[in-house]
Design a binder for this molecule. Structure first.
Ligand code: SF4
Ligand code: SF4
Length: 191
């Protein structure tokens, strides 16, 4: 069997050991992904995706196809997943009523749960925990607001946010893991 074009744009034969035959059935049970196996690879989602227009690698159609084939590790470790802008254009245009945007969101959540998240998102998560803002706002900018007569930025309560994030095991998900560690873990988990 040959793999469809990977998100990284390379084709290579698929090994049987790479396939998790249960993956598609697990996905199908998730609310919003019931129609996911109805995808017939027309490519409408990719042709209408505003991110795919500007990326050589990001292809929602390919991610759906890989998930249908059971290429769980490859889907979850793909950096391109995280390029999705969650605009829902793909979902609106799919002739098979596949909620493509939801599928990408689920892939990102599963990737995070399995310890794989690009460093940029880890950094943003860390900022959220420390300051309750995704970006650390530099002191110089806060002072500049004052000099320009702008009101202070709203103060959030990082402790409340920490409590909420702790309840959803968020801290565990942002712990650093290399892709190799992740692949090793997933391999063991699927055996
Ligand atoms: S638009 Fe729908 S049917 Fe067409 S490739 Fe995308 S998910 Fe599949
Ligand atoms: S939701 Fe994501 S995959 Fe779908 S069209 Fe928007 S950017 Fe592309």
């Amino acid at each position: 069997m040959t793999q469809p074009m990977s998100p990284q744009g390379k084709e290579r034969p698929i090994k049987a050991s790479e396939i998790d035959p249960n993956f598609k059935y697990e996905l199908q049970k998730i609310h919003g992904l019931e129609n996911f196996l109805h995808c017939f690879q027309c490519g409408t989602c990719t042709s209408d995706c505003p991110v795919a227009r500007f990326s050589d690698n990001y292809r929602p159609r390919t991610l759906i196809h890989m998930a249908q084939l059971g290429l769980k590790n490859q889907v979850l470790t793909s950096d391109t997943l995280w390029l999705c802008a969650a605009c829902f254009t793909c979902t609106d245009r799919c002739p098979q009523n596949v909620d493509v945007a939801k599928a990408i969101q689920v892939f990102c959540n599963l990737a995070a749960e399995n310890g794989y998240m690009p460093q940029l998102f880890r950094d943003q998560a860390q900022n959220l925990i420390e300051t309750s803002y995704i970006y650390k706002i530099p002191e110089v900018r806060i002072k500049k607001r004052e000099t320009q007569g702008l009101p202070p930025l709203p103060k959030n309560n990082p402790n409340t946010i920490k409590k909420l994030l702790k309840n959803i095991k968020f801290f565990k998900h942002i712990q650093q893991q290399t892709p190799q560690q992740l692949l090793g873990e997933n391999k063991n988990a699927s055996q």
